[in-house]
Design a protein around this ligand. Structure first.
Ligand code: SAT
Ligand code: MN
Length: 600
């Protein structure tokens, strides 16, 4: 601990210095290193990580600046059951969160953090979510004993010296403490203390648990701050649609993890629509911070500076833009290492290598079976790439606009084999908030749990809302009252299947057909039909040209089965009831009105 005293400190921020000192006393690192964000630092850390095996160098000719990382086998996704909101009052965390008192949280985690960095370096990462100096932005400091975390945070956020300068000697910041400790799942905790603007994460080395700027700060803590300060932090992509006349309209869309946010944000216009001349601009693929602009419009900033995208299923057909983005300066996590130093994953481009090393570090061949006769996957189903947004072919400088982009439409969507039609429009803001609040989706590999199980996931925020979700819905309703130019709210479902389980909708680039209809609705120039659940596209109002859809498929895509909807309403009843009388009355009313419309 001598070095704590000996090291030159790049800031005179007393609160920050004292806190770093205090956390170092707890974790007992051999050394503290303040990250400056320089390229020398990057090289030094990469070299260090290569020497310990934390990173594996990939073929630098084919994949310049790219590395592979393997997590522990038991540490491959977010752990919602080990994620807690620690508030004085249980009701403030709400039934949507696991809860502990702050005292209990600090005490439990302190016992694990104690001495956890012995023999290791504690890195101090100053980072900024959002463009530096923007009124949208928030500064955080993450202390971590993982070089992988430092290198990922370099990509995912603006970080380093400039952030400390912006923070000055008394700026506000979120305090983030992370230690891998012994990566023991029984000693793993992801704790949020919104009342202290603090995050403690211990026992994991996986993305969403440890890149504290992402889900922990930019969603859980930020949603809490947003409510207090009159803005919103949402699990939404942001994209710009440039119309043939050059005008760009921006939309946001909320889907649960691993339901195609990255693909939609990087959409390539399909053949059939290409002649129309649309262009897509990617502003963000995961998180949007929303504020009310001077004209009463909704404005959005992507607080991140990189993508942490799912790999399985990503290829040149499903997401050509992502494939282009990750050709250099990318960290690959938990994929197959091929003999030529390139990487491969299930549903990726080309054939798998004849042999390789799987995500667990074992020799692997395509078609391998385990002892139970099940296929051995080369890549972990939640394997990821981390790449800078600026490398994205559809990158736009608007990403750095300190005032954000104006939002014309909000889209909610889940992964549902049945019930929800391809697209519908809500009647108004209040109804739209209800549409978001009743969202449901099938579980994916992005979180530990039973795959495929349908769960309610309001606004795709169930795992990320840092406070009582009933209060969160009330906040949404309040925001609507303050918006004189509120965006229209839509619901989509790309995942509807037929009786044989076949997807009815081609998805990916063809989703632009639905976006085109949505823009048409925003501008008031396409037709819709009123239904029990909202406005549905009038027959012929969505361009389906050149799609191999039968009339039956089309019918099924837009059909509303009253019985199914009424059944679903019972599940909504149960879910809403868990919020007791904290549930905004307006949402209960919307639900009852829907029931009435379905029954008549
Ligand atoms: O693992 S992350 O939380 O970073 C990604 C996701 O699940 O959306
Ligand atoms: Mn996400």
């Amino acid at each position: 601990m001598k070095e704590v005293v000996a090291q030159q400190k790049p800031t005179n921020h007393k609160v920050l210095l004292n806190w770093v000192e205090e956390m170092a006393q707890l974790c007992q690192p051999d050394k503290i290193v303040w990250c400056d964000g320089s390229s020398e630092e990057k090289k030094r850390l990469e070299k260090e990580a290569l020497s310990t095996g934390e990173l594996i160098e990939l073929n630098q000719e084919k994949l310049p600046g790219c590395y592979l990382h393997r997590t522990a086998h038991n540490d491959v996704a977010r752990v919602e059951h080990l994620t807690f909101i620690c508030t004085k009052q249980k009701e403030d965390a709400g039934p949507n969160n696991n809860w502990m008192t702050p005292e209990a949280g600090y005490e439990k985690a302190r016992a694990i953090f104690k001495g956890s960095m012995r023999g290791r370096i504690m890195y101090v990462i100053p980072f900024c979510m959002g463009p530096l100096g923007s009124p949208f932005s928030k500064i955080g400091i993450e202390l971590t004993d993982s070089i992988y975390v430092v290198l990922n945070m370099r990509i995912m956020a603006r970080m380093g010296k400039a952030v400390l300068e912006q923070l000055g000697s008394d700026g506000e910041f979120t305090k983030g403490l992370h230690s891998k400790a012994d990566l023991n799942v029984d000693r793993r905790l992801i704790l949020h203390f919104p009342e202290d603007n603090t995050i403690w994460s211990v026992g994991s080395g996986y993305g969403g648990n440890v890149l504290l700027g992402k889900k922990c700060l930019a969603l859980r803590i930020a949603s809490w701050l947003g409510r207090r300060e009159g803005w919103m932090a949402e699990h939404m992509l942001i994209l710009g649609i440039e119309k043939p006349n050059g005008e760009i309209k921006y939309i946001t869309a909320a889907f649960p993890s691993a339901c195609g946010k990255t693909n939609l944000a990087m959409l390539v216009p399909p053949k059939g629509l290409k002649h129309k001349g649309y262009k897509i601009w990617t502003v963000g693929d995961d998180i949007a911070w929303l504020r009310i602009g001077n004209q009463g419009e909704l404005r959005a900033v992507n607080p991140e500076n990189g993508f942490f995208g799912v790999l399985p299923g990503t290829n040149s057909v499903t997401n050509q833009v992502a494939m282009e983005t990750m050709k250099r300066n990318t960290i690959y996590t938990n994929v197959v290492l091929a003999p030529d130093g390139t990487v491969w994953w299930e549903g990726g481009d080309g054939n798998p290598p004849a042999q390789g090393i799987d995500w667990k570090g074992n020799a692997w061949r395509p078609g391998m079976k385990d002892a139970d006769g099940k296929p051995v996957l080369g890549a972990q189903p939640n394997s990821r790439f981390t790449a800078p947004v600026a490398q994205c072919p559809t990158y736009t400088e608007k990403m750095n606009d300190p005032t954000g982009v104006p939002i014309s439409a909000i889209i909610f969507g889940g992964r549902r084999a049945r019930v929800a039609p391809l697209v519908y429009e809500s009647f108004n803001w209040q109804h739209g908030v209800y549409v978001g609040a009743q969202m449901a989706s099938e579980r994916t590999a992005a979180q530990v749990g039973t795959l495929g199980e349908v769960r309610r996931d309001p606004m795709a925020m169930l795992p990320f809302c840092g406070y009582n979700m009933a209060d969160y819905w009330a906040h949404w309703l309040e925001m609507g009252k303050k918006l004189s130019k509120a965006p229209k709210i839509f619901h989509v479902n790309w995942f509807r299947t037929d009786d044989k389980g076949r997807y009815l909708w081609p998805g990916f680039g063809d989703n632009l057909r639905v976006l085109e209809w949505i823009l048409g609705r925003v501008e008031g120039n396409v037709e819709a039909e009123q239904s029990a659940i909202g406005y549905l596209p009038k027959s012929g109002s969505i361009d389906l040209s050149d799609l191999p859809l039968t009339p039956n498929d089309v019918q099924a895509l837009f059909s509303i089965d009253r019985k199914e909807w009424l059944q679903d309403l019972k599940l909504q009843d149960e879910f809403f009831a868990t919020f007791g009388n904290r549930l905004p009355i307006k949402l209960a009313e919307e639900k009852e009105q829907l029931r009435k419309r379905l029954n008549t």
